[in-house]
Every structure is written in structure tokens, then in C-alpha cells.
Design a protein around this ligand. Structure first.
Ligand code: EPU
Length: 445
């Protein structure tokens, strides 16, 4: 198992580019199941979640060329319809093969995804959508079995107790491209990843209007063809590196910064005293060059996570770490995943003072972070541990880095380019035991 050893207290400076979006690339890869022609995706990030998704597609009879950068996908054997639990349990996003497979292959069997580190994460809205399109749904031995000779367009309300659903919208929108007649999705997710998917599907011959708004209208077509598509930059990676610049009082230029879809985060940065300055007059507001600097004294703020265009839940942990350094108390409320606070206890091990009540935490700012051995518990919580390590004095050891590798390609190399000192290492068994004991001992104290 890999660990990070971080020497904190170094100011970051320099220039790096933001990689392609994981959460866009995953449903885009799944969309290749909608056609037998080749779908070429560019700017695909090198991540373990992407490798797992490509492994799943291969199992589903897709010929896959390339692993990152440019990936070519051609559905060859359309008789393969079973997404097995082995893969689905490693990555909940596997659920996004459900809609494309059902629409094109008339039947799909997808293992029911389990819970995850931050809650139960049901898929009822995905299934409600498929059912509204006329699919028969059964649960057999832990597998979701959906079938329909031809899906039929319908009006579908996709809102749930926590608002819209991103992958649920992706699934229903993808499936509806091949349905008979018109589908209207109400309370659709407005996330930029949905717009990216609609752009690919339209390039494949689909007829989708309104993606990026809460109402998406899809006129079904008989067949889709191949396409060549560039994945949008990753807004969460961009936001994380902006926090890295701010938390070290650095001066960092980020290229391919998707400014247009980070307005809620930029608004909070402004409040806190972090400047995100556009350096170009780029035609494409999704690929800007920005310079991130921060004032010496950071101000506290309030943050509430919301569906896009609100503040993204996937940046909550990173901003919480930044607010540990602010001069005053901040309030953060998590409205998407009320249990997504695994990082709170770990930040506490580094000296942060954070008090939680239900879905809300109060961050008592101004207490210096101290290096410590900490454990990554999920992808974004891991990122917040690394950020804390950058700001802390002395040495921070972060274990379970495999969580981080799911969503950031070689994060340590990017941060080291900017002047951080992060070493990835795999300890000898005796050293690993000692580290595990340090973590367990501290947990009991
Ligand atoms: N929900 C339901 N029923 C459903 C689906 C969702 O109640 O059928 C609830 C969820 O439990 C949650 C809320 O609705 O409370 C929103 O979940 P959503 O379906 O939007 O999440 P997702 O599509 O499964 C994607 C991202 C997540 C990101 C969320 C919210 C991918 C692969 N994952 O998940 O990304 O947090 O949207 O923006 O796109 C991450 O990258 O770290 C990550 C977890």
C-alpha cells in the first residue's frame, strides 16, 4: 500500500495544467455502449477509476485501445450484458453502464452498488427513470436486471430528497437517446459533466436540448454513430490545486482551468481572501489560464454544498482544510451527503478544531496545523489530508493513498512541480506495522 510523506510549510509557485475530468470521462466511456462505431475520447485522465471503467467495458464486449490520453472504444460483442459485483464494488460509477446497455442491448444486468464511506448512496432514481422509459426491473441475487424490447419516451421527474442526481441524469439521458419518441427530464442535474455527455451524444447523432438546465428534452433516434470528443477539464482537481496555492500562501498559475463552472467556489475564495485572476481572454471559459494568490490573513466564511451551480460537495473537504487557517470561525453545511465528514476526525489529529452537529460543522480558524500520521478515507477526504500536510509544520504521513489515485493523476508529481515536497513510498512490513500502530494508538486517545 502506498503512503505519502509530506514536508509541510513550503510555498507553492509555478504553472501546471488541469487534467481531464474523471466524472465526465466515466459516463462518456459508458456512452460508447450506445453504438457499434468507434468513439474516440481525448484528454482522458490517468486514474485508477478510469482503468476500472475500461476493464468493465472490456468485459462488456467493447474493444478498448489506449488507457489514458486518447482512448478508442468500439463495442464489438453486444451479447455481454453483465456488470459484475467484482468491478461495481470498486467503483459506484459503474452504474452508468446501465442506461446505455439497456437502450442498445435491450437488457442489462448490473450488480447493485453498495454504500460508500459517506453514506448509503441509493440508485432508486436511476431505476425510477428506467421504469418510466418502460423497462422491466427485477432484483436477482444482488443484481439489478433491467430489460425492454424498445424504450419509450416519457416525462420523468428525477428529483430526490437531496436534489437532482448526476449519474441518474446521465443514465436516463443516455438511454432516452435511443427511445421511441420524446423524453423530458425534469429536475435534471445541471452539472457540467452532463453538458459534456450531451455534447458527445449529440455528436454521435442524438437529439438533446437543454443540457445544463433542469429540463432536458431528448428526441429518440434509431441509431447512434461514432464521434471524436475532448473531455472537459476537471473542476474538482482545478479547485483542489487552487486551494493548494492558497493554503501555502503561494502564487500558482493554472492552465485549462474551467472557470465557468467554478463560480460558486471562486465566490467563496473571494470571501476568504483568495484571488483567482483570469490571465487570458480565452474564448473558451472552460479552459482559462488563472493565477491564484492569497492574502496573508484569510477570512472565515459560510459554505453550503448544493447541486451545480451551487458549491460542489466534492470541494467541501478541501475548503474545510483551508478554513482551518482563517482568522475566525466558519460554518460548513453539507446538503448533498450529510455524512460526508470522514476528514473531520483526521484534521483533528493535526490540531484542527472542528465541531460537528449533524450535517453542519463549525471550523474554529487560526489554530496552526501540526504534521501527524493520518488516514485517507475517501477520495476528496484524502485530498484534504494532503492539503493539510502542505500547510502543516513538520512531517505528515498520509496512508491509503489509493483513494487519491482514483481521482488525481500522480498528485504528488504535480504538487512537487510547484515546489511541494511529497514522497510516495511503500513501507517495509515492519515500518507499515509501526505506522498502523501510530494511527490506531492516536485514534484511541
Ligand atoms: N441519490 C438518491 N437516489 C439516487 C441517486 C442519488 O437519493 O438514485 C442521492 C444521493 O445519495 C446524494 C444525492 O442524491 O445524496 C446526489 O447524488 P448523485 O446521484 O448526484 O451522485 P452521483 O451521481 O452518484 C456524482 C459524482 C460524485 C459527486 C456527486 C454529487 C461521479 C462519478 N460521481 O455522484 O463524485 O459527489 O455526483 O455532485 O460523477 C467524487 O468525485 O469524489 C464524487 C463522489
Amino acid at each position: 500500500m502506498d503512503y505519502f510523506r509530506i514536508q509541510g510549510g513550503r510555498r507553492l509557485a509555478g504553472r501546471v495544467a488541469v487534467e481531464g475530468s474523471k466524472n465526465s470521462a466515466l459516463p462518456l466511456i459508458a456512452a460508447s455502449l450506445l453504438t457499434s462505431e468507434t468513439v474516440t475520447l481525448r484528454n482522458v485522465p490517468a486514474l485508477s477509476d478510469i482503468s476500472n471503467m475500461l476493464r468493465l467495458l472490456k468485459e462488456l464486449g467493447v474493444d478498448v485501445q489506449g488507457e489514458h490520453g486518447t482512448v478508442r472504444l468500439a463495442s464489438a460483442d453486444e451479447n455481454q450484458i453483465h456488470a459484475r459485483y467484482d468491478i461495481v464494488r470498486t467503483m459506484r460509477a459503474s452504474i452508468c453502464v446501465l442506461g446505455p446497455m439497456l437502450a442498445r442491448r435491450k437488457k442489462a444486468i448490473v450488480a447493485m452498488p453498495g454504500g460508500c464511506a459517506f453514506g448509503s448512496r441509493p440508485v432508486d432514481l436511476h431505476l425510477r427513470g428506467m421504469q418510466a422509459l418502460g423497462a422491466k426491473i427485477e432484483l436477482q441475487g444482488g443484481d439489478i436486471v433491467v430489460s425492454a424490447p424498445r424504450l419509450k419516451g416519457n416525462t420523468i421527474f428525477l428529483g430526490g430528497p437531496f436534489g437532482s442526481t448526476v449519474l441518474g441524469t446521465a443514465n436516463v439521458m443516455s438511454a432516452a437517446t435511443l427511445a421511441e419518441g420524446r423524453t423530458t427530464i425534469e429536475c435534471a442535474a445541471c452539472e457540467p459533466e452532463i453538458v459534456d455527455l450531451a455534447n458527445l451524444l449529440n455528436a454521435m447523432g442524438a437529439k438533446i436540448r437543454g443540457a445544463g438546465s433542469p429540463r432536458i428534452v431528448i428526441d429518440g433516434v434509431d441509431e447512434l454513430g461514432g464521434a471524436d470528443h475532448v473531455v472537459i477539464p476537471d473542476r474538482i482537481v482545478a479547485g483542489t490545486y487552487a486551494v493548494a496555492a492558497a493554503i501555502t500562501n503561494g502564487d500558482v498559475v493554472l492552465e485549462d482551468f474551467p472557470y465557468d463552472c467554478l463560480l460558486a467556489a471562486i465566490d467563496r475564495f473571494n470571501e476568504i481572501g483568495v484571488h483567482v485572476e483570469r490571465l487570458d481572454e480565452s474564448e473558451d471559459p472552460m479552459r482559462c489560464t488563472v493565477r491564484v494568490t492569497s492574502e496573508r490573513r484569510l477570512r472565515p466564511t459560510t459554505i453550503t454544498t448544493q447541486p451545480h451551480p451551487g458549491f460542489p460537495t466534492d470541494l467541501q473537504a478541501q475548503f474545510m482544510t483551508l478554513l482551518c487557517l482563517a482568522e475566525g470561525n466558519s460554518i460548513i453545511t453539507e446538503k448533498i451527503y450529510p455524512e460526508r465528514f470522514m476528514h473531520v476526525a483526521e484534521l483533528g489529529r493535526m490540531g484542527a478544531k472542528i465541531y460537528r452537529q449533524g450535517p453542519t460543522v463549525m471550523v474554529i480558524g487560526g489554530t496552526p496545523l501540526r504534521g501527524a500520521p493520518v488516514m485517507a478515507s475517501d477520495l476528496r477526504a484524502s485530498a484534504s489530508m494532503v492539503l493539510a500536510g502542505l500547510a502543516a509544520d513538520r512531517e505528515t504521513i498520509v496512508s491509503r493513498i489509493y483513494h487519491l489515485d482514483r481521482g488525481y493523476s500522480r498528485m504528488e508529481e504535480t504538487l512537487n512541480l510547484l515546489g511541494a515536497k511529497i514522497e510516495r513510498f511503500r513501507p517495509e512490513p515492519a515500518e507499515e506495522k509501526r505506522l498502523a500502530e501510530a494511527l490506531a494508538g492516536a485514534g484511541e486517545g
